[in-house]
Design a binder for this molecule. Structure first.
Ligand code: NCD
Ligand code: ZN
Length: 336
């Protein structure tokens, strides 16, 4: 199979940032994806329907000429998010999910949730409105090893949450462990998971390959090789509740190559090609269409695109560095 045609895919987990960075990165996503679930972790975060609408307008205004890319907005859940804010978001029609960041778990998560149990009414309102909860699945604590954060979150927070709110739709974002995969697969129709291209390609050895590799550092951090193998097998299995979410997260090179380098990989320029490479290596190209163009769309109740995109078997070019107005550069991920 040297050419593959699939309905235009969507990216179910994307960071587009704002201002000059937004203007620099947006075209890379528009080239391939029809829609994207846009993360709300701006500074300050997007916490109301009105803020989501204003951010959406800035994204639309930054699209390359002729692009019909559609941003699907999300709200950032805080300790103060009310059931009414959720109902207003659902009524807006532009908000498609609410993002849970445990406080301080990742980039711009300072406003994240400190006490999830106090938000039961808000989560009930989400379930009623059919608005999914998108979960950054890491539990932090002085006694919790960074490589165990996802597994500890699932057993300590996520499983009890789903037991309390069985009608709530939940997406475990950027699954990085076999425990995460097992949890999604064992769940009901309301439970799904996204997988990034880089977690399918990297394991923790790649963080230290010949020296410290800040451009392979993201959150949740890449895990042991056996976890990567479990993610690849699951992605390529055609499982209906696993789908594409790049977590493409651009940062200036200067912020990554620093004594305290920040987390996030920029994969948008070749994201679909990276996934296709993994599916090809696993002998599962026939399952790429479901993963990229059908499963997430079904979960979010979005129509499958009528536009087709074509992938050809050829070397994926190294996208190199992207220039941002003001002098910053962003280094795009490229596998060795
Ligand atoms: C993301 C970012 O930079 O916003 N970083 C990352 O490593 N994935 C935040 C996130 O999704 O955790
Ligand atoms: Zn993310």
């Amino acid at each position: 199979m040297d050419a593959l045609r699939i309905p235009r895919p969507d990216d179910f987990h994307l960071h587009l940032r704002d201002g000059a960075m937004l203007r620099a990165v947006l075209a890379d996503t528009c080239r391939t994806f029809g829609r994207a679930i846009v993360m709300p972790n701006l500074v300050p975060p997007v916490t109301t329907a009105a803020e989501a609408e204003a951010y959406r307008a800035r994204i639309l205004a930054s699209r390359p000429a002729g692009s019909d890319f559609e941003p699907l907005m999300t709200l950032y859940l805080t300790d103060r998010t009310t059931p009414n804010a959720v109902r207003a978001a659902a009524a807006s029609r532009v908000v498609h999910g609410v993002k849970l960041y445990p406080a301080h778990a990742t980039t711009n998560a300072a406003h994240g949730v400190t006490e999830l149990e106090a938000l039961d009414d808000t989560l009930d309102a989400m379930a009623e409105a059919g608005l999914p909860l998108l979960v950054h699945g890491e539990k932090l604590g002085p006694d919790i090893d960074v490589f165990d954060r996802e597994a500890r979150f699932i057993e300590g927070v996520l499983a009890p949450l789903v037991a309390r709110h069985p009608a709530l739709k939940v997406v475990l974002e950027h699954v990085t462990t076999k425990q995460g995969i097992e949890w999604v697969m064992a769940g009901g129709d309301n439970v799904a998971g996204t997988l990034t291209a880089h977690h399918l390609m990297l394991d923790r050895n790649d963080l230290f390959d010949g020296g410290l590799r800040p451009h392979h550092y993201c959150l949740p951090v890449v895990k042991r090789r056996e976890h990567k193998q479990a993610l690849r097998k699951a992605a390529c299995s055609g499982h209906p509740r696993l789908f594409l979410g790049t977590d493409s997260a651009p940062h200036p090179v200067r912020a990554k190559e620093s004594a305290c380098g920040c987390a996030g990989l920029y994969t948008a320029p070749t994201a679909l090609e990276l996934y296709a490479q993994v599916f090809d290596e696993e002998g599962a190209l026939d399952h790429l269409e479901a993963f990229a163009s059908r499963n997430g769309q079904r979960f979010y109740r979005l129509p499958v695109s009528e536009v087709q995109v074509e992938l050809r078997r050829e070397e994926t070019p190294d996208p190199g560095r992207l220039q941002v107005e003001g002098g910053d550069e962003v280094l795009a991920f490229h596998p060795k």
